[in-house]
Design a protein around this ligand. Sequence first.
Ligand code: ITT
Length: 204
Amino acid sequence: MKLLIATGNSGKLREFQELLGGLLEGGKHELVSLKDVGIDAPEEPHETFHENAAEKARHAAQKSGLWALADDSGICVDALNGGPGVRSARFADTDEARRQKLLQHLSSFPMSRRGAHFFCAAALSSPDGQKLFRTEGRVDGRIATAARGDGGFGYDPLFIPAEIGTKTLAELPQEEKNRLSHRGRALARMSPLLMKLLHEGKLD
Ligand code: ITT
């Protein structure tokens, strides 16, 4: 059985593969990417993470004829009224430019006013797009005053998880990020369904 991981973001794809690795052990399952099946990532026209995640999963499933798993995620900063939030990818053109822009917006804010969270809406669609399963996850923390660390991707060098306290997500080993991240939590909630799908080939 093949499961399509419907993302055009290589950092996310790597994390999906790591997070789903355990579920796939011992079975005849295969994770395939959008690149493998030659499908482009769809637009993200909606105002909520859940609607965008559903759109991405359905689009990829219907185009490929496979079950497809997608996420829509982003960083929500208290001092920016939850922004860039669902527009995190569109905040600037590159990861580096997005991090610089966020640091600039918060330059006058002390640590006590740099609260933020990462949010992930995950969606799993049946090949015909008729069945859709959704979960979500979040991790709370603060925005650092400068980028630190080489791990992860995107906004990770700026985000200090509350339960860690000092290091950014990009300074943690990848397994540690996966354990506490918004994506790790959303997929942990999806995993009973994924287990059933991968072992029985369908979901009711
Ligand atoms: P797909 O839609 O193809 O999956 P995308 O990068 O466009 O890829 P999103 O629309 O969900 O994905 O945008 C997410 C944005 O939030 C993007 O800028 C990411 O870098 C950032 N982001 C999401 N999860 C993150 C994480 O775990 N660590 C760092 N940044 C993250």
